[in-house]
Design a protein around this ligand. Structure first.
Ligand SMILES: [Cu+2]
Ligand SMILES: [Zn+2]
Length: 196
């Protein structure tokens, strides 16, 4: 009987523990759905710094697995609850205070601005990542993957050396040439993580 009770206690304990770790894991999966299980380490990194006197800061990582390019990271200092546009811009230059040094949207296929993956004949810019929504703390998660980008191969689909811009407003996914997304409030150059 004693033995049985002991096992019962262990079983209860174990099932509680497992339940708890499951919950944590599912939260993590929500945050980093794709990147969490990638075997390959990050090969690219973007540090987002504030523009137009914002408080925006972020770190984004680039991974490649099976020819899919994964972009994942966090952006903080956003307007709580607000939707903000994220794009890849053409020039890897974040030197100006307003971020305009980064140029227009990266558009190697010469298409119109639009919604990612929308199968219209106008298409979309390959830099049209889309929108992120800030939580009540002003933090948003970036979690994006595509087979249409490459990294560090000098092809016309190579995102190395381009920049990522975070905007004050949402991208309406329609307006030309850039979705009427407002001021540039964060900018970072897509860089190679040095292999050691
Ligand atoms: Cu933009
Ligand atoms: Zn665009």
């Amino acid at each position: 009987m004693k033995k049985y009770c002991f096992f019962l206690i262990l079983l209860v304990l174990f099932s509680c523990l497992e339940k708890e770790s499951n919950t944590n894991l599912s939260e993590k999966i929500l945050i980093r759905k794709d990147s969490l299980f990638l075997k390959n380490p990050a090969i690219g990194k973007i540090v987002i710094n504030p523009k137009n006197k914002s408080a925006v800061y972020g770190e984004i990582f680039i991974r490649i697995e099976k020819k899919i390019c994964y972009m994942s990271g966090n952006i903080s200092g956003l307007t709580p609850g607000k939707t903000h546009a994220v794009h890849i811009h053409d020039k890897g230059d974040c030197s100006s205070d307003c971020g305009t040094s980064a140029g227009g949207h990266w558009n190697p296929l010469g298409q119109k601005h639009g919604k990612w993956n929308e199968k219209t004949k106008e298409g979309y810019h390959l830099g049209d990542v889309g929108n992120i929504k800030a939580d009540t703390n002003g933090i948003a998660i970036i979690n994006f993957k595509t087979a249409n980008w490459s990294f560090n191969d000098n092809s016309n689909l190579d995102i190395l050396g381009k920049s990522i811009i975070i905007h004050a407003d949402a991208d309406d996914l329609v307006s030309q040439p850039s979705g009427n997304a407002g001021k540039r409030i964060g900018c970072g150059v897509i860089k190679l993580i040095a292999n050691k």
